[in-house]
Write a protein of this length. Structure first.
Length: 402
């Protein structure tokens, strides 16, 4: 059959379209490989994974054991369970965090062995540390391995009571190339999956300074303010309604507070909590500071502050509002309760001058009412899953306390 001139033109046009599409796909493929050499091969929810929009339920992306890739560095990276680490190993890791974790010249990261112990103990599953070691020679004949990068995991649980690891401290020396951080993450994930097959996925938090090509679980603002001052004798928070009282979290009431958190977490679309034993240790160990609103003997609200261990050059130690729970009659009463919590905290710890608020969950209520003239600045933060799919959630619908 002889093709007409019109049919030939149509076939030629179709061939051009196919060639252009193939070329575009190849260009996109190589761009992704070059732009994201590490993250494109990781089991995460990539921004170009369009087929995942059809997923309805959360799921582990790769349930099988992880593969050994070119980023696995078993020669220079050592992974140990925290309970097996020696005091010297912990001290060296703390020294690295103190000097390299905070990537700014405007403050100091005041970290110590007691702080890392509070974060890494009290969990259902073992916590792990992976350290990247490099040799140096204090003397010509003496070789010493020194930590140059560090990564930790501690167990948490998320909505559905799914156990995960929280990648807490991911820190590398400023002089190291980014490849070493990728090796640290890949090696740490491989070894912890082998050491504890019960946990298949992880959650981590980053400030938005790098493009990962990964869809975040949640993005949120972190806003810094000058802390409202209640240090003068005449300064007092506004009165609360009758029968409302703000008290600190202490050994006598911590069981009731943790039960309240466990009950109220179901109000949120997504929640993530550190293990109960760890939360208790953090609250009683001076890392977290909790204040509860009690109404007729029942807890109706909660504010949890975190000692960030960051000391700012122009603002002193930085206090964080890590999480809060509003079970009160109105946003204004909830905010007034927050002012009472700040009043109690400032009376005991007057050295804190700066407050940062993570706009997750009911923290948004407080941030919306905080006086604007005290504003200092803000950044964007995000939580990401590793080897786990979950749809993106609005910040106001998340409760995260880790």
């Amino acid at each position: 059959m002889i093709k007409t001139e019109e049919q030939i033109r149509q076939n030629t046009a179709l061939q051009y379209i196919v060639v252009v599409l193939l070329f575009s796909l190849l260009t996109l493929f190589f761009y992704i490989k070059l732009r994201y050499p590490f993250w494109n091969g990781q089991p995460v929810y990539h921004i170009y994974d369009y087929w995942r929009i059809f997923y309805r339920e959360p799921r582990v992306i790769r349930p099988e054991y992880p593969s050994i890739t070119k980023y696995c560095n078993f020669a220079d990276c050592t992974t140990i369970a925290y309970q097996d680490a020696t005091p010297q190993q912990i001290r060296e890791c703390v020294d690295l965090l103190q000097t390299q974790y905070l990537r700014t010249e405007d403050g100091v990261f005041v970290f110590n062995e007691n702080t890392i112990d509070s974060y890494m103990t009290g969990h259902v599953y073992s916590s792990y540390m992976t350290v990247y070691l490099e040799p140096y020679y204090p003397e010509p004949s003496k070789k010493v391995l020194q930590p140059r990068a560090l990564m930790t995991s501690r167990s948490i649980r998320i909505i559905g009571d799914v156990p995960l690891y929280y990648w807490d401290f991911i820190c590398s020396h400023r002089e190291l190339p980014i490849k070493r951080t990728y090796e640290l993450i890949q090696t740490h994930n491989y070894r912890t999956r082998i050491m504890n097959p019960d946990i298949q996925a992880a959650l981590f938090k980053r400030i938005e300074t790098e493009d990962y090509a990964v869809v975040p679980l949640v993005k949120f603002s972190i806003v810094s303010y000058r802390l409202l001052s209640f240090t003068s004798p005449s300064a007092k928070p506004p009165p609360l309604p009758k029968y409302h009282l703000v008290v600190d979290v202490n050994p006598a009431n911590i069981a009731d507070v943790l039960e309240y958190v466990d009950t109220e977490k179901g109000r949120y679309e997504f929640w993530a909590l550190s293990d109960t034993g760890n939360l208790e240790g953090l609250l009683l160990g001076g890392v977290l500071y909790g204040y509860a609103v009690v109404v007729r003997g029942q807890i109706r609200g909660l504010y949890v502050f975190r000692d960030s261990r960051i000391s700012l050059d122009d603002g002193g130690p930085l206090l964080e509002l890590a999480a809060s729970v509003n079970g009160l009659s109105s946003p204004q009463v909830f905010y007034d309760g927050f002012l009472h919590a700040v009043f109690l905290f400032s009376k005991q710890y007057p050295v804190y001058k700066t407050l940062s608020i993570e706009n997750l969950g009911d923290n948004e209520i407080i941030e919306n009412l905080y006086p604007g003239e005290h504003y200092i600045g803000g950044v964007i933060g995000a939580y990401y899953f590793y080897n786990y799919f979950y749809r993106t959630v609005a910040g106001s619908r998340c409760f995260i306390l880790l």
